[in-house]
Design a protein around this ligand. Structure first.
Ligand code: HMG
Ligand code: MG
Length: 300
């Protein structure tokens, strides 16, 4: 299959990137400045916050302040995670342009992450999707553990396909497939996508790969070859998974962009501005960048 001409990058740094950051809760002002800087890079989709229980995820406890504090750049969609109606109502009040429900292909992961079974999670999402749609807000659906689970190990691609299809049928406009603990490899990614795309058109799928084992770029190349045109990534490779030892974050947006530029696939994103933003946030957090490209071009 030929590569696409355009591809949409969905920036995860401010949400997936920061949600598990160890240490004290990051200042709201830093989160806002990160999003404002990301907005100037050409990115069109930025996940800005997560309206979840602050007891479960303390780093996202200031979601309303972040969402209302950012400078909205026209043409940029600012989204947020909303696991239930409480989260959705707060996200709407704070002006989220788009929201997302998040489930998983693994029962055990669903229990650990959102404290319910897969079928209960879908029941819980139904009124969230309904109210969002009635409020003219698009809903994205995440499916986690698509290539492996920290508790159940191997995950059947048919199970990923089934949960993805349910979310699509319930009204999600796009399903993001999460290799939450970054255990996938390219052939596995292709097989998983092949199973899912029998149930959900590939144009409605996104790849959300973490880089724990250094496989994310290879896995992305494999699924882009199979028709994926939306990639979730995190500036400076920010993030981690509390459930996976040694887990690094989402694949670094800079690294994905460098690869896409080399393949001649347009994203509209400026690599230097992005790398500078990655440099800025890693300095604020006192950590080094997880992006190889940032290191290579001197933005570390
Ligand atoms: P629960 O304890 O079953 O829910 O948690 P509950 O309804 O019994 O509520 C418990 C408490 O939380 C109550 O407060 C609620 O008011 C409060 P209390 O009475 O004890 O003071 N609460 C809330 N507070 C603020 N906002 C809300 C909210 N809902 C309840 N929306 C719940 C269920 C879903 C809330 C909880 O499990 C939770 O917040 N989980 C979040 C987990 C999470 O954020 N994980 C990370 C995101 S997913 C991810 O990273 C994967 C992804 O990147 C893709 C991939 O990589 O695979 C998307
Ligand atoms: Mg993730």
């Amino acid at each position: 299959m030929a590569f696409p001409k355009h591809l949409r990058l969905f920036e995860m740094g401010a949400r997936d990137g920061l949600q598990n950051e160890p240490g004290p809760v990051i200042d709201t002002a830093i989160k806002i400045e990160l999003i404002n800087r990301l907005s100037e890079t050409g990115l069109t989709h930025i996940e800005a916050a997560s309206f979840v229980s602050p007891k479960w995820v303390p780093q996202m406890g200031d979601a309303s302040a972040v969402m209302t504090g950012i400078k909205r750049k026209p043409g940029v969609t600012y989204s947020a995670l909303t696991p239930n109606l409480k989260g959705l109502e707060e996200a709407i009040a704070a002006g989220a342009d788009e929201v997302a429900v998040f489930g998983a292909a693994s029962e055990a992961f669903t229990q650990k992450n959102i404290n319910c079974s897969i079928s209960e999670s879908l029941e819980r999402f139904a009124p969230v999707i309904e109210l969002a749609q009635a409020s003219n807000i698009r809903v994205r659906g995440y499916v986690s553990t698509v290539m492996g689970c920290p508790y159940e190990g191997e995950i059947d691609p048919a199970q990923v396909a089934a949960v993805s299809r349910e979310l699509l049928d319930m009204g999600c406009y796009e399903i993001s497939l999460g290799d939450t603990i970054g255990v996938g490899t390219p052939m596995k990614a292709k097989r998983m996508l092949e199973a899912v795309s029998k149930q959900v058109p590939v144009e409605k799928l996104a790849a959300h790969f973490h880089d724990t084992y250094g496989q994310a770029l290879a896995n992305l190349y494999a699924v882009v070859e199979e028709g994926i045109t939306v990639i979730d990534a995190s500036v400076a490779g920010l993030g981690g998974c509390p459930y996976a030892k040694g887990a690094s974050g989402n694949v670094a947006t800079e690294d994905v962009l460098y690869m896409l530029n080399g393949l001649g696939i347009e994203t509209g994103v400026d690599l230097n501005k992005l790398a500078q933003t990655g440099h800025w946030i890693t300095q604020q957090l006192g950590r080094t960048s997880g992006s190889k490209v940032a290191l290579a071009i001197g933005c570390q």
